[in-house]
Design a protein around this ligand. Structure first.
Ligand SMILES: [Zn+2]
Length: 67
């Protein structure tokens, strides 16, 4: 059973209490504000900051250039 929209509405980032969005692979929840990815293990979101994965900003801005 996948993470439902209802569950998504209930869940919030434990760090900033902000909204989360599902990853494309539906295997994690992302807080855009904190740039953290909370993994989903056995269909259970792991809502722990310590377990969260820091997203690399380079993933979205891979054209960073100095000067
Ligand atoms: Zn957050």
């Amino acid at each position: 059973m996948a993470i439902s929209q209802d569950l998504l509405d209930i869940l919030a980032c434990p760090k900033c209490k902000g909204d989360l969005r599902l990853t494309d692979g539906k295997d994690g929840l992302i807080c855009d504000a904190c740039r953290l990815l909370y993994p989903i293990k056995d269909n259970i979101p792991v809502m722990l900051v310590d377990e969260a994965i820091h997203l690399n900003k380079d993933l979205e801005t891979d054209t960073l250039q100095d000067g």
